[in-house]
Write a protein of this length. Structure first.
Length: 367
């Protein structure tokens, strides 16, 4: 009898042992991996596997830190590029005001166009994940193979569109990797609803005063002749952009003769170029006074919406302000202060409008 009981006990023990040999991953498949194993497809289509939610993060590339901060704030950040700590970059981006701790996060390379990541510094930090913006599959694979760290590609398209699937995908990717999917969905929904509201107000037909946008950031600060042939900031709200059809490029620097020829009724000034524009105006006042918009005191300033990538929160606010200038009836009920509080709080977890106004006091006024 005792031998029989022992045999039964041994048999049951073997059954449990066999059952425990494979565990279910999140998809319910037997894989021998832990319950927390999950795979995220990055912006290039690469599949990156994680066995846990990362506890330490490095962010690289043009605009990458914005996406991360919008979703996660400064949580778990252990490395950022030096480019993210430069003066204009710090003062013009809402998330830097909301999360000042980012300024103290260790630097893992210079950053900026055509500058390769500093593998040695990144390796020393030993992050659980690297988010890298605007890199192709080969670059991402090379980095992951060399560092033996998961590398996730993010980015919002080559032209940094405000609205678009790449923007929404990138926000979703960050959320999925970091276990913040509800937050990323909230953010995407807000951006989509804002686009819908802007388009509804502006209608389907380009109208309003002939408008020129100058001082647009393009590989750094630029003067009045730096402009946009195509830009979500103007196109979505059907602004009568005098540069439309003049160039195939999104960003372009024209000459004085061209601006005189266009002779816009209204000029929108991107304050990232404020210092250069004021200098140009002092050097050649005759040129500026020859422009109809200047003579009629019809120049207005918006906050810098592009600093090492699109400042999505500020770009949305700028669009409401431009709408009030170019489609006054459709946007007459919009209070910029209230709208600013809504937008900045949603993106950054707190209202940083006052701090941004302190940095750019001429915003949303005549220039």
């Amino acid at each position: 009898m005792r031998k029989k009981l022992c045999a039964i006990g041994t048999f049951i023990g073997v059954l449990f042992a066999v059952a425990g040999c494979g565990s279910l991953n999140q998809s319910g498949d037997k894989s021998g991996k832990s319950l927390s194993t999950y795979v995220v497809e990055d912006i290039t289509g690469r599949r990156v596997e994680f066995d846990k939610v990362p506890e330490s993060v490095v962010v690289l590339g043009h605009g990458g830190l914005k996406f991360y901060a919008y979703v996660c704030g400064d949580e778990k950040l252990i490395g950022v590029e030096d480019m993210e700590k430069q003066g204009r970059t710090l003062k013009s981006q809402g998330f830097h005001h909301a999360y000042p701790h980012i300024r103290k996060v260790d630097t893992v390379g210079m950053g900026g166009p055509k500058i390769s990541p500093d593998y040695e510094q990144i390796s020393y930090k030993k992050p659980d994940v690297i988010f890298r913006a605007y890199a192709d599959k080969d670059e991402l694979d090379k980095m992951q193979q060399r560092l033996k760290i998961p590398v996730v590609g993010i980015g919002a398209g080559k032209n940094g569109e405000i609205f678009g699937e790449d923007t929404y995908k990138t926000i979703g990717i960050v959320g999925k990797v970091m276990g913040k999917e509800q937050r990323s969905e909230e953010l995407v929904q807000f951006i989509k609803e804002t686009e819908k509201d802007l388009r509804k107000r502006a209608g389907n037909i380009v109208s309003g005063p002939k408008t020129y946008m100058g001082g647009c950031a393009f590989r750094g600060e630029q003067g009045i002749l730096s402009t946009k042939g195509k830009a979500d900031l103007l196109d979505v709200i059907k602004v009568n952009n005098v540069m439309a059809g003049q160039t195939k490029e999104r960003s372009v620097i024209i000459d004085k003769e061209k601006l005189l020829e266009l002779d816009p009724e209204m000029i929108i000034v991107d304050l990232s170029g404020k210092a250069k524009i004021l200098g140009e105006r002092q050097e050649d006042p005759e040129f500026f006074q020859s422009l109809r918009a200047v003579k009629n005191e019809n120049m207005y300033a918006i906050m810098p919406y592009f600093t090492y990538g699109m400042n999505y929160d500020t770009a949305l606010l700028d669009m409401y302000y431009i709408g009030k200038l170019t489609h006054s009836e459709a946007f007459q009920d919009v209070d910029i202060n209230s709208k600013a509080k809504e937008i900045y709080t949603l993106f950054n977890g707190t209202d940083v409008y006052g701090q941004l106004l302190k940095a750019y006091p001429q915003s949303f006024k005549r220039f």
